[in-house]
Design a binder for this molecule. Sequence first.
Ligand SMILES: [Zn+2]
Length: 48
Amino acid sequence: MAKAKYEMRRKCPICNSVFQIRSIDSVYCSKQCSDIAYKRKKDCLIHE
Ligand SMILES: [Zn+2]
């Protein structure tokens, strides 16, 4: 049984699509999604 190598794929937490990552620290599939995540975080912080 061949062990699968680590696949450079990740599920985007924003749009839930599986995408191929180029670097290990990619979290979002696109800049748009990372922008959305950033805005959401900001909204959370502002929330009071
Ligand atoms: Zn996405």
